[in-house]
Design a protein around this ligand. Structure first.
Ligand code: ATP
Length: 444
């Protein structure tokens, strides 16, 4: 790091410089704030040591001035031994920390190690904020389909209430994104949003993940823990894949929803909780209720408001607007702002069945932006599944019946094979069966 030491004592400047050099830093020295300003104008300084007794000057006043700079530099203040007031005052004025004089090099070393940790943490937070903003830039929470728009309207209206929300829909349709958005639009927005993935854990671990446990309450419980219900206090608990919640835990969740009470595993103390629950599932919970694998009372508690995210194939008029949102984002990221789809690519996007829904579309569009050349994305820049074959026939994954798909497949294999026997071998059926099918389909 480039470190500036500001002190009117030449001895301190000299010894601190030597110590900093031995730790691999580059020291700069200034005996006054004027000299310090001069150095700040010339060098990129990462951290500063500043004496509060700066000869005729007041180091604390200079500290205040430094805090008003556009580029903040962490300042560690040297205070006189026994001067608690100036230490407190310097912290109030925004110092990163203070060291009392006289000090030994090891105190400087420890202080800089602490500062390096803070700086690295700050960078990580900045990176994460950037990533979140990046993901947010592709989110489109409106729809050209009136039923889907109604779903969004209903969910966002419910955001203001305390009601539990159940989000239904296949994988990748945006249930998690919707749940987070409801939280962000709710009065709990500044409190935590905590996710629990119900299927990923054994019954005991899931219960402990939710409610916490006391040491020794089950094998492997080596210390006391607080669960995610406690972590979400004041905020929203998002239960992903609620359909997988084991029967044994269901009454405990019901009690949490109904009475706002829970107990940690292995503890007899009832705790109160203030959380809002949003749950999601790709299963048909009502049939699970019928089958007796999901409690009916819990089901009704969860679905005070129920919203359904349909598969992308049932939102045809959203395909191009969504693709456009992703395209803009990835094209900007790759520095190719003029990029567009040509009409064949746009048609291929519309014709595709999107079994992986929005998640798949995001990946497909990102890939096509990276693989395309020039200012146009062509159908050939899309994955193989998107390209209709030379016969223009149906493709696996398209919304067609098995019989139609079988017919198209048999036609293609017959066209490519040299004999009926070869075609039968490729198809994995005997020649007589293929012969009959061929006849029935009128392919002779
Ligand atoms: N409204 C939206 N606009 C644009 N992209 C979205 C939207 N919702 C979701 N996506 C994209 O789809 C991906 C999957 O979304 P999400 O995780 O919310 O789906 P999910 O239904 O919860 O899936 P799973 O059931 O597999 O957990 C997200 O990472 C995001 O890239």
């Amino acid at each position: 790091m480039n470190i500036l030491i500001v002190d009117d004592e030449a001895n301190i400047l000299r010894t601190t410089s030597i110590a900093l050099k031995s730790m691999g830093h580059t020291p700069f020295t200034a005996e006054s704030s004027r000299r310090a300003e001069f150095i700040l104008a010339e060098e990129k300084i990462d951290a500063m040591f500043l004496d509060v007794m700066l000869g005729n000057e007041n180091g604390l006043d200079y500290l205040t001035k430094l805090q008003n700079r556009k580029e903040k530099i962490p300042v560690i203040v040297f205070t006189a031994h026994s001067s608690i007031e100036s230490a407190v005052d310097s912290m109030k004025r925004g110092a990163y920390d203070y060291i009392q004089k006289p000090f030994i090099p090891d105190e400087i070393r420890q202080m800089l190690a602490k500062l390096a940790r803070s700086i690295s943490l700050e960078r990580k937070v900045e990176d994460l904020q950037e990533q979140v903003a990046d993901a947010d830039a592709t989110i489109r929470l409106e729809s050209e389909e009136p039923t889907v728009q109604k779903t969004y309207d209903m969910a966002f209206k419910a955001a203001n209430s305390e009601a539990s929300i159940l989000i239904l829909g296949p994988s990748g349709t945006g249930k998690t994104v919707l749940a987070r958005n409801v939280h962000q639009r709710s009065p709990r927005a500044t409190e935590p949003f905590v996710t629990v993935h119900c299927p990923s854990l054994s019954k005991e671990l899931l219960e402990s993940e939710l409610f916490g446990h006391l040491k020794g309450s089950f094998t492997g419980a080596v210390k006391d823990t607080w669960g995610k219900v406690a972590a979400a206090e004041g905020g929203t608990l998002f239960l992903d894949e609620i359909g997988e919640l084991p029967m044994e835990i269901q009454p405990k969740l019901l009690r949490l929803l109904q009475d706002r009470e829970y107990e940690r595993l292995g503890e007899n103390r009832v705790r109160k909780s203030n959380i809002r629950v949003i749950a999601a599932t790709n299963r048909d919970l009502s049939s699970e209720v019928q089958a007796g694998t999901f409690r009916e009372d819990l089901y009704y508690r969860l679905k005070v408001i129920a919203v359904e995210m349909p598969p992308l194939s049932q939102r045809p008029s959203d395909i191009l607007p969504l693709a456009e949102t992703y395209l803009k984002h990835f094209a900007r990221r790759e520095g190719r702002k003029k990029l567009n789809y040509n009409s064949t690519a746009a048609q291929a996007l519309i014709d595709y069945s999107w079994p992986g829904n929005l998640r798949e579309m995001r990946n497909v569009i990102e890939r096509s932006v990276i693989l395309s050349n020039g200012d146009e994305i062509d159908a050939s820049d899309l994955p193989d599944d998107f390209i209709a074959d030379e016969n223009g026939g149906p493709r696996p994954g398209q919304l067609i019946s098995l019989a139609d798909l079988e017919e198209a497949h048999i036609r293609r294999i017959l066209a490519k094979s040299e004999s009926l026997e070869q075609a039968a071998e490729i198809l994995g059926i005997d020649t007589a069966t293929l012969y009959r099918k061929r006849k029935r389909l009128g392919l002779t």
